[in-house]
Design a protein around this ligand. Sequence first.
Ligand SMILES: NC(=O)c1ccc[n+]([C@@H]2O[C@H](COP(=O)([O-])OP(=O)(O)OC[C@H]3O[C@@H](n4cnc5c(N)ncnc54)[C@H](O)[C@@H]3O)[C@@H](O)[C@H]2O)c1
Length: 380
Amino acid sequence: MTIKNVTVLGSGIMGHGIAQISATAGYNVVLRDIEKQLLDKAMEKIRWSLDKLVAKQKISEQEAQEIFARITPKVELADALKDCDLLIEAVPEIMDLKKKVYTEVDNVADKKTIYASNTSTLPITEIANITSRPDKFIGIHFFNPPQLMKLVEVIPGQKTPKELVDLTMNFVKSVSKEPVLCKKDVAGFMINRIFIPLVHEAAWTMDRTKASMMEIDSAVKFCLSFPMGIFELADFTGLDVIHKATFEMYSRDRKVINPHPLIQQLFDQNKLGQKTGAGFYVYSGEKYERKNLSEELGKQFNPIQLLSTILNNVAWLITNQVSDVQEIEKALNLGMGLRKPIFETAKEFGIANIVKELKSLAKKYGSFYEPDQYLISLQN
Ligand SMILES: NC(=O)c1ccc[n+]([C@@H]2O[C@H](COP(=O)([O-])OP(=O)(O)OC[C@H]3O[C@@H](n4cnc5c(N)ncnc54)[C@H](O)[C@@H]3O)[C@@H](O)[C@H]2O)c1
């Protein structure tokens, strides 16, 4: 099967970006939302983004116009799905809403249409099974903003055939992104399974060690080679997104996160990060702001507890045959911006020390920290 016509459902943060990159790759795109005003706004954002690319001389004005012309906004669902080869769904992360949307879609979609969900945390198989075609259903998890982020996780459900996996991986490459295959439909897939628990762990670490947020963040940035501190990254991502992901992942698998109450508290107080002026940190204005982290501050704190949590989750993904070292390193580099492979950092700290740290944490704080077999096997 060849993909020519792509319909993106939902024109919000993710949908408009996915529509833009698909049109840039030459696909005919229909962008669908429930109200015309929402689509007008989305098309304005796409125009703005294309104009920026023209200003930076990445594309010509004519190319920008051609890309823009390949996107047709539509409200009427049946019309939006006419002759659609690939549907990419990016409606809000609410299971009941996704189910409702897929039921409506199922009533009008062509037999040939493949369904791909951009969900970050919901089970692919569960959504697939409410449709008439779980064998034509797959997860395609773009990162925010899709225009800039290279990584896409591809997640087959239980009934997704290999041909559809291959087709989706090729589609991702065709829109100039790098796919990683998340072989099993596990809570958080790959990146969120590492990132979300880490935010909670950073909050626990602050309680347990009395290190300051700036010290922890500086160590994460300068000793673990992250592009920014973990609290900074959480504020940038949004505490609403983290709170929601925590809820969904924890409901699916209790072992995946050791939830820290601060996340719930910040969410309840509407301290959602950069966008509300406060999250873990306080921000002075509307403009995107970075904290003054330094190598010196980073030296005040040993981030081995955080590194151990990352490594334990990475090891879990390997032991459970969700992915392998190479793919995970690629995902961490492209999805979280790690400047150095995580196993290189782990070797600097010593795998045996990491296992020892996890055992000691397990003794003090419970079985959540028990080291994974794969890590244990690596220490010799
Ligand atoms: N925002 C992120 O950082 C991010 C990153 C990766 C994946 N995701 C996932 O992408 C999906 C969308 O997230 P978002 O942040 O773009 O949400 P959003 O709220 O910005 O946009 C969702 C859009 O879907 C529209 N919508 C609602 N019902 C609809 C329907 N029946 N048909 C068509 N459109 C409908 C809404 O009007 C809204 O414009 C979610 O599953 C989310 O988990 C989000």
